[in-house]
Design a protein around this ligand. Structure first.
Ligand code: XIL
Length: 358
């Protein structure tokens, strides 16, 4: 069975056991947290994490990031929904500037996320058509990619262009104007002009876990490259779950490697939740399955030729930082990230370190 992370989030699976967070973590964490070396010291590439600007003011987060991380991806505040919240004419770069300054001050690389995404910009672009739409589209990319030129190492130029079942590309406000491949070709072209040195990525989830979606992604990459698109890197979001069948992730990594392009594991987390409310597996069983999935991904990545190991990024450091643990969807128990709420290594951190060193 495969599930999308959206289904997980939408399914309201929150267990009725939601006890206070700290108490839960004490019960569910390993009795002795594993001894794990700083992840950036063992990763075969920059080791990245998502950052929200408010975390800059959290000394515990900063210490954990300084110890383990050599690259950052803004989790929210470089996206169109945030940047254009006040409208097209009033772009807001305050928080992405703060993140960029933090990265620079701490000697960390920065990955830009994301220029064009089907899920964003509909409101800001509403009412525009023809040449005005084109000016806004090109202008947005020029403004954002131009502002961080020389400060970012790389960009997710297009995010999540493929439907969940892998049957086709998504319809969206961008494809309505430029066509399905057309909006991507245009975005990459404009990004190339605005930032000639940033490595330009196409980023997608569930390609490594849902074979039909992976196949669609590979076809898309082939077409874009054939059309002369300045696409230079492939982003595997890797929002994993525990029941992805053995071997699927490694097989996909071998396939995608054949383009010879740099690969970014760009948003790794692995939820312990499943869709089945009658799934009575213990937390320990779930963690063992998680370790297997994460190990398979990290080993497959480590086996890539060195030039293709662009970066390996986790979508948050502590479980409580995870998007799976926000708001009323928080079940108080999920452990999708390498560190627990106290910043102690989870089994996932140990699995990563082990796989990187293998
Ligand atoms: C998510 C963030 O984690 C949330 O905080 C935000 O509310 C919504 O976006 N794929 C992506 C990321 O490319 O940008 C998404 O991040 C997770 C899925």
């Amino acid at each position: 069975m495969s599930i999308s992370r959206r289904t997980v989030l939408a399914s309201g699976l929150a267990l009725p056991l939601a006890a206070p967070l700290a108490a839960c973590d004490r019960i569910s964490a390993e009795p002795t947290p594993p001894n794990v070396p700083p992840l950036k010291s063992v990763a075969p590439c920059p080791f990245g994490a998502a950052i929200k600007a408010m975390q800059i003011d959290d000394p515990d987060w900063v210490a954990l990031a300084r110890a383990n991380v050599s690259q950052l991806t803004p989790e929210w505040e470089m996206k169109m929904e945030y940047v254009l919240a006040d409208g097209l004419d009033r772009p807001n770069f305050d928080r992405s500037d703060a993140i960029a300054a933090f990265a620079q001050a701490n000697g960390m690389a920065l990955h830009g996320h994301t220029l064009i995404w089907y899920s964003q910009g509909k409101e800001a672009f509403a009412g525009l058509s023809g040449a005005a739409f084109d000016r806004a589209f090109d202008g947005y990319i020029a403004a954002l990619a131009g502002r961080y030129r020389g400060k970012v190492r790389s960009w997710d130029v297009v995010n999540e262009p493929i439907l969940d079942d892998g049957s086709a590309l998504r319809d969206c406000h961008w494809s309505a104007r430029y066509g399905h491949d057309g909006y991507m070709l245009r975005a990459f072209e404009k990004a190339r002009i605005a930032d000639p040195d940033g490595v330009l990525f196409l980023n997608e989830y569930n390609q490594e876990s849902v074979p039909a979606k992976g196949a669609q992604f590979l076809k898309l990459v082939e077409r874009l490259l054939k059309a002369g698109c300045p696409l230079q890197g492939l982003g595997l979001q890797s929002h994993l779950w525990i029941d992805i069948p053995d071997g699927v992730i490694a097989a996909y990594m071998r396939e995608i490697a054949q383009f010879g392009l740099p690969i970014h594991v760009s948003e790794l987390d692995c939820t312990l939740r499943t869709e089945n409310p009658l799934d009575l597996r213990s937390q320990a069983d779930r963690l063992a399955r998680q370790t297997a999935r994460v190990t398979e991904l990290a080993e497959a990545f480590t086996a890539l030729p060195p030039a293709q190991r662009f970066a390996f990024t986790v979508w948050g450091l502590r479980d409580t930082d995870s998007w799976y643990r926000q708001g009323d969807k928080d079940d108080g128990r999920d452990k999708p990230l390498p560190f627990d709420s106290f910043g102690r290594p989870n089994p996932m951190a140990a699995a990563l370190a082990e796989a990187f060193r293998a």
